[in-house]
Structure formats: C-alpha cells, structure tokens
Design a protein around this ligand. Sequence first.
Ligand code: NAP
Length: 311
Amino acid sequence: MNEDNSDHMAQIIDGKALATRIREKMKDRIPQLEAQYGRRPSLYVILVGEDPGSRIYVRNKINAATSVGMDARLIHFDDDVSESDLLNLIHVLNEDPLVDGILVQLPLPAHMNEERVVDAIAKDKDVDGFHALNVGALWQGTHGITPCTPKGIIQLIMSTGIPIAGKIAVVVGRSNIVGKPVAKLLLDENATVIITHTRTPDLKAMTTQADILVVAVGKERLITADMIKPGAVVIDVGITRNADGKLVGDVDFEAARKVAGYITPVPGGVGPLTIAMLLKNTMECFLNHAETHSRVSKLWTTIINARIGSK
Ligand code: NAP
C-alpha cells in the first residue's frame, strides 16, 4: 500500500454489524438451551447512584441481554448505600443457582472500595472478568472469564481476516480494563506486542511500527495520520465528547482513513462488541453452571440408586 495514494481509504470495521451477527446467533440458540436445561441465561446488573453515563451503559446492557432472550435484571441502589449492604447482596446472588452473571457498574461512589466489591463476586459469575482470580487466569493462560472490551477488540481484528500471528501490535494505554488485558490477548495470538503509556518518550516511533494499533486512552486526536503505518489495522477504543458534544475516539478518523488498511469508527466500533462480549461471557457462565448442575444431578441419581440397591 502506498502512502501517496490519495484515493486510498481504509476499510471501516463495522462493529455494529459484527455485534448484531453475534447477537443474532445467540438469540437463535437460547430457546434450544432453555429446552435443554429448563431455564435461560440470567444476568444481574447492579447500579449504585445516578451517574448519567452509568445509567445509559446499564440500560444498554440490560436491553441487549433481554433482546437475545436472556433474563436480565437491574438492581439499583441509592449512592449512599453502605458497602456492606452491597457486599451482602452480592453474596446472596453468588449463592443463587438461578443467577449466571453478576456485573457491578463502575465507577462506584468514593466511600466504596471497588476492588473489594469486584472481588466479592463469585469468580464463575464475574461476567466483566475483573475479579483478581480471572485476571490471574488471563495472565497465566488458564481458564477464566476474559474482560469484554479486550475480547471484543480481538474479534474486530479477526473480522478483517488479517492474521494476528507474527504481526507487530502496539497498544496505547495500559489500564487494567483495556490496555493490559488486550496486550495479553494479542500475545496469546502470537503478535509481538509493545505497550505504550504516558512515559513512552516517542509515541510516534512506536505507533508507526504497528501492523495492528490499539488505542485506549480517552484523548481526542491523540493519534494523527502520520503516526500510523500504511495499511495498519487501527482499533480506536477511546470514547470522549468533543467541544461540539459529539462522541469521538482517540484517532483522527478522517485523516487516518487515508493511511490505515482497516479502522474502527467511534461510535459503532468497539462499543457494540463490548456489549456482545458481555452477552458471550454470560452465556459461557450459564453453560458452565448448567453443565455442572446436570453432572451433579447425575451423581445424585447414582448415589440414590446405590442406596436403594443396597437396601
Ligand atoms: P484509563 O484507565 O484512563 O487509561 C488511559 C491510559 O492511557 C493510561 O494507561 C495512560 O497512561 C494512557 N495515556 C494517557 N495519555 C497518554 C498519552 N498522551 N500517550 C500515551 N498514553 C497515554 O482509561 P481506560 O479505562 O483504559 O479507557 C480508555 C478509553 O477507552 C476511554 O476513553 C474510555 O472511555 C474508553 N473505553 C471504551 C470502551 C468501549 O467499550 N468502547 C470500554 C472501555 C473504555 P499512564 O498509565 O501512564 O497514565
């Protein structure tokens, strides 16, 4: 691909369409699962307080889960609820065999310890994948729940058909919810990964090496066209509102399109995949619970038959 080719336009990776396809498949499968296991996957979302952004995110998650046929419930607390009340609720949901997924919408009010709250969620119901044991499983490469946004980013890259193995992937941002986990997932796919942050001396020197560039910062136009390798796959995770109140990413989209090979828009790129992956994680938790339940039931049948037989 040639940088001088002024007609060149990157292909847009349509996150909305990809997420719709994933959700449609799930929608078709849920009635079959209900017939097999006698119940549908269930997701409980806990919201504390009235933050307008959080209210929108929570509503979108509940609507998405309901639209594919899951049983989705919202539990809404006032922002002065005590941490111990919240923890007690989580413990009750942890013990409830009809609950597959529990999600506490972050951020929590300042009087709560987020880490303690997230780690109170049962590891096998932690659909966000933020529990310390799931984070450990991700880094050890053992079985756990993978956080939604990083998981969605990998799906977006794979949807281009460009193999990840052998590529140089540069991640801008090193947060626990996006930057670090997506870097690990890219490593798992055999990319050579560079993680950059505010202390990276020459960001452009790193980003221009990237065959795959994932930007998760939250700063409008941080990545300009001259920072992109021609033909690169560019995944823009950032979401901020610009001076006109418009939702924008971290990449100067219009200019970047003339250089990149593939690029995600904001909105309509990573966001829809994050929600689709939340549904996938809920489905995985459900299948895990339903299978365990059916194995335990069979064991009980064996034990009861043995008792009857020995009388
Ligand atoms: P975060 O916790 O604030 O982390 C931002 C990261 O960017 C930090 O690691 C920071 O480096 C790095 N950074 C800041 N300025 C930089 C610069 N000039 N050059 C290089 N690195 C820089 O944010 P986050 O939670 O990861 O979220 C990032 C963005 O993604 C936000 O806009 C958020 O809204 C969006 N997001 C979108 C979705 C979605 O579903 N679409 C999901 C999650 C997040 P240091 O570590 O050195 O401070």
